[in-house]
Design a protein around this ligand. Sequence first.
Ligand code: SAH
Length: 475
Amino acid sequence: MDYLPVSLRLRGEPVVLIGAGSVATRKARLLLAAGAELTVVAPDITQELETLLTERGGQWRNRRYREADLHGKVLVVAATSDRAVNRAVSAHARALHLPVNVVDAPQLCTFIFPAIVDRSPLSIAISSGGRSPVLTRMLRGKIESLVPASYGALAVFAGRMRDTVKRRMALPSPRRRFWETVLEGAVGEQVLTGNEERAAQLLLQQLSDAASDEAGERAGGEGTGTIGAIGEVYLVGAGPGDPDLMTFKAMRALQSADVVLYDRLVAPAIVAMARRDAEQIYVGKARANHALPQRQINQLLVELALQGKRVVRLKGGDPFIFGRGGEEIELLADHNIPFQVVPGITAASGAACYAGIPLTHRDYAQSVRFVTGHLKDGELTHDWRQFLSPTETLVFYMGLLGLPSICRQLQAYGRAPDTPIALVERATTREQRVLRGTLATMEAIVAREQPAAPTLIIVGDVVKLHRDLAWFRVS
Ligand code: SAH
């Protein structure tokens, strides 16, 4: 390791900055944000820096640098365009054993500024030891998108509860495990959703449970791996297939789950993102073998939660669009089990975007309707008169078996036989295929091409756009 990352406390400490151009202005902003008592030495200053110093209470010495400027300071930064001055500052600072940074001259530095992901009071520093600022910035971008904006709130919350927890749990090792469970679990999630009071209540409750667990363990009892009696269920939309289409919140839920329940529609790559030691339960899908009937799934969710588990129920697409998500959480609500619902990208959005078929369009469609194509006793029992507007796009979910019926009924009720229709097979995955035809021709096309589930059917003039807008090509 060439550099040791440390976090400096600069609040109220005297720091000197030599130079007052645009680069110096950026450094000044950083030093002031850290609460430093800043003195800037330079014969010239940017308007921005002057204003900053007035607002935040820094000083400007309007003259050239001299060695005495370093006296009594704890940290030195040089950002002038004059190499000789930069070198002199570095040499003087080293002689005084003061940490010094010279911007863009690693060989003159005893410390460097990392790229910072700021979730104050939480901060993440990234550095390449001065070798590749671009790489550091790229990495910073990744971490920015990985760490929820509200993580700062989590750090503040943990700070607020720290003494309370320490008083009740004297031993460091169980205390650490307790904090891990709390921050990764329901308490952390409540803080992240902005519900600090509920988070505090939960934490206190888990604290007393943990104390009795500890007593139990000492008496030879078996730990459950989870602390506290309260489980929680996350009904999570996993999107249409491509794992990159999951939300940050879905990822978080998945990575902190004790148990994951999933069905056929959820891609294996997504299930694989669960925490390594999470239990995975396949609950199938109505038509598949070994599937659990819906009633039993609902019941299982309740039982697992009552065992104190954090349960993630993964659903394809969005849980509230043809996902029976409502039914699953009704039973939870009846049992007063806490739950959250995490939206996902529904198949209609995924299929439409990846097939290059905008669901609405100024020229072709002013509305879109999501319709089930699921057959009941071999039939579709819609009121077809609702589906006749030529400026409305129709999207049929679960419509592969019913496709012949859909095409015939729409024509029988008056939609033009040449109305464009597309069938998107396994949308957003590497197996995606788009079959295009008209209400009159589609039945034969599907009979010939034999597409595999899941498929989505899009009806309306917007389908014409596919020819020009299709961008997702699988090789
Ligand atoms: N809750 C899900 C829909 C569940 S119903 C959602 O919001 O997407 C199941 C139907 O969704 C399938 O029959 C199919 O019509 C559609 N579907 C789901 N994933 C799909 C995919 N990758 N490609 C095409 N259709 C899909």
